[in-house]
Write a protein that binds this ligand. Structure first.
Ligand SMILES: CC(C)(COP(=O)(O)OP(=O)(O)OC[C@H]1O[C@@H](n2cnc3c(N)ncnc32)[C@H](O)[C@@H]1OP(=O)(O)O)[C@@H](O)C(=O)NCCC(=O)NCCS
Length: 180
């Protein structure tokens, strides 16, 4: 019998084996090598970041990283969750597990009372819209310290938010990597 479990764990509470499983899962799609994945994890994932995991019979099948980071709106500082690394293992796709994980991610974001922001390619917009994420027009935000490897021009980056007040009309400055 399949036992599906969803857990949300701060990085500081992750076990070494869990970090290795996360890196292996990520490497099955973004294949850089396990040592490189581990190096990236060590260098970029902070203690208070949130690791949402979907396991089936104790095997990691789905993962999302919510990175607690800074944003400025009219020079006022807020924290938000940068939604990163949403993945379901290729052997388990198209079975509704992405949906299960996405609903869990949304629930966690709401419970933390912050908004979340992601960037994606055009083909995934409709997926996130299905889960109540909203498109943030390109003129409304600026990413201050990051350029994805698939960047070609500014309009190739689609910004989306969840749990965000639609009253905010000013430009939103997002930090993803730096300590700011
Ligand atoms: C995106 C991803 C997590 C979806 O996982 P999944 O388990 O296959 O998703 P589900 O089975 O729950 O699908 C839910 C719905 O989304 C749709 N969907 C899945 N992948 C999609 C995609 N790439 N674009 C648009 N819709 C998609 C499915 O068709 C399904 O719709 P339906 O219920 O109307 O049939 C998975 O394809 C994946 O890991 N991809 C590689 C990593 C990636 O691209 N991550 C996103 C980075 S921004």
């Amino acid at each position: 019998m399949k036992k599906i479990i969803l857990t949300s764990v701060r990085t500081k509470d992750l076990k070494k084996e869990q970090i290795l499983s996360i890196c292996k899962l990520k490497n099955s799609f973004w294949s850089w090598s396990i040592p490189k994945q581990l190096e990236w994890f060590k260098g970029n994932v902070k203690k208070m970041d949130i690791n949402n995991m979907l396991t089936i019979n104790d095997n990691l099948v789905g993962y999302t990283l919510l990175r607690k980071r800074s944003t400025f709106i009219e020079k006022k500082h807020f924290s938000y969750f940068y939604f990163d690394t949403f993945i379901v293992h290729s052997s388990f796709r198209k079975k509704g597990l992405g949906e299960t994980l996405m609903l869990f991610n949304n629930k966690i974001i709401k419970s933390l009372k912050k908004h979340s922001f992601l960037i994606c390619k055009k083909n995934l917009i409709s997926f996130y819209v299905k889960f109540n994420w909203k498109i943030l027009p390109v003129t409304r935000f600026k990413i201050m310290d990051h350029r994805p490897f698939w960047f070609t021009n500014k309009s190739s980056i689609n910004g989306m938010t969840y749990n965000f007040s639609n009253k905010v009309k000013k430009k939103i400055l997002y930090y993803i990597n730096s300590k700011k």
